[in-house]
Design a protein around this ligand. Structure first.
Ligand code: GUN
Length: 297
């Protein structure tokens, strides 16, 4: 039987509608959640993402500010901008779009953001809080979105074997920590596989929940999936396609056509994990605003 197709687009719309209600309540109490996005340089893909984030924030009733620094801005200028946003009471969440240019040290940038405003969840303090099981920490948006999709489609990972393919700081590692947490969306038995895993299929075939974030098309084929498994495809890869006007199409890391005949549920690309990431950024911004209000009262 063909798999249920998990629509990230629909779930994200639902999450955003719920958030709008929460933002209205906060606003009525005099607290408008605020998000600042910072971008260095003019990379078109980064500008597109940051623009989308800003528009989504406004649509949810969140105050949004975009700071654009020139590509040759110094590290000190960027750190100064972050310091200003850390001190600004209208701003509850700060996101510096990555990657930053080579002359700026990414680690220093992540450390400069106030951990309470770190809506990306990339600050080492928040990484540590997540891996020690803190339940109120700000967590990276993409893995948080994957958990939300699993829960909202009846694919609770609790008690199941979850296999994460990929070990990046943005997706693979925090994903594994979330699946392991003693919390809704957690309580799974977790295995992390990666590009150096021997016999990847032997590992992925054990997965009841399979999350793939390795950045290579067709990494997971139908023979590597347990029948009935829930498959979350985090990959975003451009491949040449002369039949398309723009000359390429976007695919994930999973052979969608083959795997959907074996899996119980699967996310498409596009329209799966992607829309959830922005919804979770808004969710983190609201969470940060609520936490900061609680801390100051
Ligand atoms: N660049 C690609 N993905 C992300 C993300 O999730 N957050 C930030 N800040 N930059 C990114």
């Amino acid at each position: 039987m063909a798999a249920e197709i998990i629509s990230g687009k629909e779930i994200a719309a639902q999450v955003r509608a719920e958030l709008k209600d929460r933002v209205e309540e906060l606003t009525a109490e005099g607290l408008v959640p605020g998000l600042a996005t910072v971008i260095v340089g003019e990379d078109p893909a980064s500008q597109l993402y940051v623009g989308m984030k800003g528009r989504a924030a406004k649509e949810a009733g969140i105050y949004s500010r975009q700071v654009t620094l020139p590509a040759d801005a110094s590290e000190d200028e960027l750190l100064g901008t972050i310091e200003g946003l850390n001190a600004d009471p209208r701003i509850h969440g700060i996101l510096v779009q990555l990657p930053v240019p080579d002359h700026i040290e990414e680690g220093k940038v992540l450390l400069a953001i106030d951990p309470e405003k770190d809506v990306d969840g990339f600050h080492p303090i928040n990484v540590g809080r997540l891996s020690t099981g803190d339940l109120n920490v700000l967590v990276p948006c993409t893995p948080k979105g994957c958990i939300e999709m699993l829960l909202r489609t009846g694919n609770d990972p609790a008690g199941k074997h979850a296999v994460v393919v990929g070990r990046s700081n943005i997706v693979g590692r925090p994903m594994a920590s979330l699946l392991l947490r003693k919390a809704p969306g957690g309580n799974a038995t977790v295995t992390i596989a990666h590009s150096r895993t021997a016999d990847l299929g032997a590992v992925t075939r054990q997965a009841d929940v399979l999350v793939v974030a390795i950045g290579r098309p067709d990494t997971i084929t139908a023979d590597m999936v347990k029948p009935g498994a829930a498959v979350i495809d985090v990959g975003i890869n451009r491949i040449d396609d002369a039949s398309r006007e723009r000359g390429y199409r976007v695919v994930g890391d999973v052979d969608f056509e083959g795997v959907k005949e074996v899996a119980g549920a699967i996310t498409p690309v596009p329209g799966g994990v992607g829309p959830m990431t922005i919804a979770m950024l808004l969710s983190n911004t609201v969470q940060a605003a609520e936490n900061q209000r609680a801390a100051s009262s």
